[in-house]
Design a protein around this ligand. Structure first.
Ligand SMILES: N[C@@H](CCC(=O)N[C@@H](CS)C(=O)NCC(=O)O)C(=O)O
Length: 206
């Protein structure tokens, strides 16, 4: 528990990615679970923090003015900035650049289209949603080629593993795991990490 940093979220991929980043960075925080079904993310107090009414939101009360972050992937960057070396090598250079490159592959080429598909599905555009979902599956399948080392960007766990993990988890029942021995090994390794487990449990119903 830490009253300086609060993470508002729910049991969704975006919130879990932020929680895993804080856990892996060793940053103390207090999780504030919102019940999306009860529309707690649409109440005036929360909308004052996140006018889009989306989760997650991180607040750092230790800064002046108070810092509010509304994007899960920006929360990962924030964690990297206050706990350097935990989610990427602290020093600039080729290894850090590869981490960033792979991190953005999952953020922009996998997570973003999957959000678009989710939106199309909600709008009743199932055929269009299915085409984008197929693209997401192709991209995750392609990431098998990144796994020449233990993790997505080499031998060290990094923010690339965090951006890859929650979206792989969301598609785990739709991947052809027989064709993905490295992705399968990687998924089990990441899932078994104690900090990942803590992050995954933070917003579960008690
Ligand atoms: N780009 C944002 C997306 C946030 C987002 O779409 N959150 C979803 C859950 S995964 C949400 O709050 N949905 C509730 C709603 O729209 O009512 C991020 O990565 O944080």
């Amino acid at each position: 528990m830490n009253d300086r940093i609060e993470l508002f979220g729910a049991n969704t991929g975006n919130s879990l990615r932020a929680a895993i980043a804080l856990e892996e960075s060793g940053i103390a925080y207090t999780a504030r679970r919102l019940d999306l079904y009860a529309q707690e993310h649409r109440g005036p107090d929360y909308l004052a923090l996140n006018p889009a009414g989306k989760v997650p939101t991180l607040i750092d009360h230790g800064t002046t003015p108070m810092l509010v972050i509304n994007q899960s992937n920006a929360i990962i960057q924030y964690a990297d900035s206050i706990a350097p070396g935990k989610l990427a090598p602290a020093q600039p250079g080729p290894v850090r650049t590869r981490v960033i490159d792979r991190y953005f592959f999952f953020v922009t080429d996998v997570i973003a289209p999957s959000h678009a598909a989710f939106f199309l599905h909600k709008e009743g555009q199932d055929k269009a949603a299915a085409i984008i979902d197929l693209r997401v599956i192709e991209q995750l399948t392609y990431s098998e080629s990144f796994l020449t080392g233990e993790f997505m960007a080499g031998e060290q766990f990094s923010m690339a593993d965090i951006s890859a993990f929650t979206i792989t988890m969301a598609f785990r029942d739709r991947l052809d795991w027989k064709l993905l021995p490295q992705l399968s090994r990687w998924f089990d390794t990441v899932e078994a990490r104690p900090a990942v487990q803590r992050g995954l449990n933070v917003f579960k119903h008690s």
